[in-house]
Design a protein. Structure first.
Length: 179
């Protein structure tokens, strides 16, 4: 998920001072974008964004509405609600990855973003594993054992599948692992 080794974080808060503080706290570790309202946030959310830090209560589009639109686009980014709104049972149906209550210290923000990026990387490895498993299963049905045994492509597929399985079992599916 993380491109070029550095994750991109979009900080969204209609309190510009808060958004700027969060952006400053994260800028040494991540590529950081800021948006001061929901519409601007939606304009900036692309496949290049890894994590969105999203205020829940904003003027115009609420954080919940922004979250729903992000998920409706099938953009596979992590979303962390960073808000002063105490959580109610309504959060059960919200598609966020984590929920932080303001005020949030820089170390906590760094930690939650790092954990969210790590979970995204793990999901990518698991997705690749399942996709390759399906290819192996299809080839085993369609090709005879001799064809499979003589195929370099099939052997590379099996080797990659074994590598992914080992990474999943070892818990080393993070960004520092070789692809």
């Amino acid at each position: 998920m993380v491109r070029g080794g550095v994750a991109t974080v979009l900080v969204v808060d209609d309190d510009e001072a808060v958004a700027d503080v969060y952006a400053s706290q994260l800028s040494e570790s991540y590529d950081v974008l800021t948006a001061y309202d929901g519409e601007s946030a939606l304009e900036q959310v692309t496949a290049d964004v890894d994590v969105v830090l999203l205020d829940r209560r904003m003027h115009g589009l609420s954080g919940r509405e922004v979250l729903e639109r992000i998920r409706g686009r099938d953009i596979d980014c992590g979303v962390v609600m960073v808000t002063a709104v105490d959580p109610g049972f309504d959060i059960v149906d919200m598609g966020f990855d984590d929920y932080l209550l303001k005020p949030v210290e820089g170390a906590e923000l760094q930690s939650v973003v790092a954990e969210t990026v790590n979970r995204l990387d793990k999901r990518a490895v698991v997705r690749e594993y399942h996709a390759l498993s399906a290819k192996v299963a299809t080839l085993r049905v369609e090709k005879n054992p001799a064809e499979l045994e003589s195929s370099d492509e099939y052997q590379r597929l099996l080797d990659r599948l074994d590598d992914l399985e080992a990474r999943i079992e070892a818990g080393s599916e993070g960004p520092d692992s070789d692809d």
